[in-house]
Design a binder for this molecule. Structure first.
Ligand SMILES: [Zn+2]
Length: 438
C-alpha cells in the first residue's frame, strides 16, 4: 500500500467525524468579536489530537504600530487565536535538523484558517438555516461553511489521519485558527508579531482546490464633492454635486478598464477582474427640491500584484486631477480624496518556491492532475506571511468563493475530504518523517 492510499483510506474512515466536526463549527455564530466559543471548541479538538495548544490573544498594543495593522473597530476584549503545534522530531534534535534540512526535509508548515465569518444578511433568504450546517446531497450548508471552516476542518483531520497512521513528522506542523481575517487580518498578524514562523504556510481559503500563490490588494477610499445649493427651480444658477460626480464616476470606470488593459495577466481567471475599482456607497443632498451641495462616495480600489500602495493611490488621485483640470467648477472646488479604513496590499509567492511544487505534487497524487495555479482578486492573510513574515504562502482549500458571503454558502463534502488527503500527503512530503511501526 502506498502512503497516498493509506492516507486516503484513513480519511475515508474519518468522513463522518470530519463532517460532524465541520457541522459543529458552522453552528457557532462566530461573527467578528464573537469567535471565543468556537475557538475554545477547536482548541479542545487539537488538545485531543495531542497537539500543544496555545491560546494567543490579539492585543491592540502588540499590533497598533505594525505597518500592516488596520483597525477594524472590533473590541480587543477577547480576540482569541488558537495555535496547535505538532512538534516535529527534527525540532528537538539539532543533528536531525542538519541532516534533514540538507535533504530538503524536516521543514515546518503552517496550516492557517480564519474562524470569523461575515454576517448572514436577511435570514429569510436562506434555504437552509445559516447556523445549522445542514447536510444534503453531499453539500454542507451555512455561514462559514466554505469561508472557511471547511478548510480548518480539513487541516485538523489531515493531522488526525496521520496520527492514526502513527506518522511522526520531522518538521513541525502548526495549525492556526485566527480571528479578524474578514476585517483586515489582525489574528494572523498577532501570530507573526508573536514570532510564530514556518518554512511555508497554506491558507485553506475556498479556492476549489486550485493553488493560489498570488492575490490582489484593496484600498478603501472616500471622495467628497462640493457643489452649490440652490432651489431646484433655479438649477442653472447652482452646481449639482451629483452631476459633478457623474463625470468623476465615468473617469473612474475608464481608469478601471485602462489599468486592467495595461496589466499583463498570466494567472488570473478574468483579464478584466483582477483588481477592480468599485464605488460602494453614494450619499448626496439633503432635500429633494434643492440642488445638492455635497456628495460623498466610498469605494474600494484594487491594487495589482507587484503594485505599491503609493502607486495605486496616485492613480486615483491623478484621475480626479484630470477630471478637475478641464472643469471650471472643479478647478476651483476640487474633490477631496481620503484613504480610509482597510488598506490591504497585494501578496505573492513566487511560483518557483518549493512549497508551490510540493503542494502541486500532493494534489496530483490525490486528484490525478496538477492543480490549476491561479491568482485571486480578493485580499487575504497571505500577504501578511509573504510581505511581513517573509516566508512563502499559498491559498488552497475546498469550496467556491463565489458562494462565500452569500445566502447560498455551502461546501461540497467530497472536496473537503480531498483537501484533507492532499494536506496530509503534503505534511508527509514537506515536513518529512516516518510511519512508526505499531
Ligand atoms: Zn475567507
Amino acid at each position: 500500500m502506498t502512503v497516498s492510499q493509506n492516507i486516503s483510506d484513513e480519511i475515508d474512515r474519518l468522513r463522518i467525524p470530519l463532517t460532524e466536526f465541520l457541522q459543529r463549527l458552522v453552528q457557532f455564530p462566530s461573527l467578528p468579536g464573537e469567535e471565543q466559543a468556537a475557538q475554545h471548541f477547536l482548541a479542545e479538538k487539537l488538545r485531543a489530537l495531542g497537539c500543544k495548544v496555545e491560546i494567543l490573544k490579539s492585543e491592540f498594543a502588540d499590533v497598533e504600530h505594525h505597518p500592516a495593522f488596520s483597525d477594524d473597530g472590533v473590541s480587543f476584549d477577547e480576540r482569541l487565536n488558537v495555535v496547535g503545534t505538532w512538534t516535529g522530531s527534527a525540532a528537538s534534535s539539532a543533528i536531525a535538523q542538519v541532516e534533514t534540512q540538507t535533504e530538503g526535509k524536516g521543514r515546518s508548515l503552517i496550516l492557517n484558517g480564519h474562524m470569523d465569518v461575515v454576517p448572514i444578511g436577511n435570514p429569510s433568504l436562506w434555504k437552509f438555516p445559516p447556523w445549522s450546517g445542514t447536510v444534503q446531497d453531499g453539500k454542507l450548508h451555512g455561514r462559514g461553511a466554505c469561508d472557511m471552516k471547511a478548510g480548518l476542518a480539513a487541516a485538523i483531520f489531515a493531522v488526525e489521519a496521520l496520527r492514526n497512521l502513527h506518522f511522526k513528522p520531522l518538521g513541525t506542523v502548526l495549525i492556526e485558527s485566527v480571528i479578524g481575517e474578514e476585517s483586515g487580518g489582525v489574528g494572523t498578524l498577532t501570530t507573526l508579531v508573536g514570532g510564530i514562523h514556518a518554512d511555508a504556510a497554506i491558507i485553506m481559503e475556498p479556492t476549489r482546490l486550485r493553488s493560489c500563490p498570488v492575490h490582489a490588494g484593496s484600498l478603501s477610499f472616500r471622495i467628497k464633492i462640493t457643489g452649490r445649493a440652490i432651489h431646484a427651480s433655479m438649477k442653472r444658477f447652482g452646481v449639482s454635486a451629483v452631476e459633478k460626480f457623474q463625470q468623476i464616476f465615468e473617469a473612474i470606470q475608464i481608469l478601471d478598464r485602462d489599468r486592467h488593459l495595461h496589466y499583463e495577466n498570466r494567472i488570473f481567471e478574468f483579464d478584466d477582474n483582477i483588481a477592480p475599482i468599485s464605488i460602494g456607497t453614494v450619499a448626496a443632498g439633503d432635500w429633494l427640491s434643492t440642488v445638492p451641495e455635497t456628495l460623498v462616495a466610498e469605494g474600494r480600489f484594487g491594487v495589482f500584484p507587484g503594485e505599491s500602495i503609493p502607486n495605486a493611490r496616485a492613480a486615483l488621485a491623478g484621475c480626479l486631477a484630470q477630471v478637475s483640470a478641464v472643469d471650471s467648477w472643479l478647478q476651483t472646488h476640487p474633490p477631496s480624496l481620503e484613504w480610509i479604513e482597510g488598506q490591504f496590499e497585494p501578496g505573492q509567492t513566487s511560483f518557483a518556491e518549493p512549497i508551490v511544487s510540493a503542494l502541486g505534487n500532493a494534489h496530483a497524487q490525490v486528484m490525478g492532475d496538477q492543480p490549476k495555479i491561479q491568482g485571486v482578486p480578493y485580499g487575504s492573510d497571505l500577504r501578511l506571511f509573504t510581505e511581513h513574515g517573509k516566508f512563502p504562502a499559498v491559498l488552497y482549500g475546498p469550496g467556491d468563493v463565489a458562494f462565500a458571503h452569500t445566502v447560498e454558502e455551502h461546501v461540497e463534502l467530497a472536496e473537503v475530504f480531498a483537501c484533507a488527503r492532499v494536506l496530509a500527503l503534503l505534511i508527509t512530503d514537506w515536513c518529512g518523517g516516518q510511519f512508526a511501526p505499531h
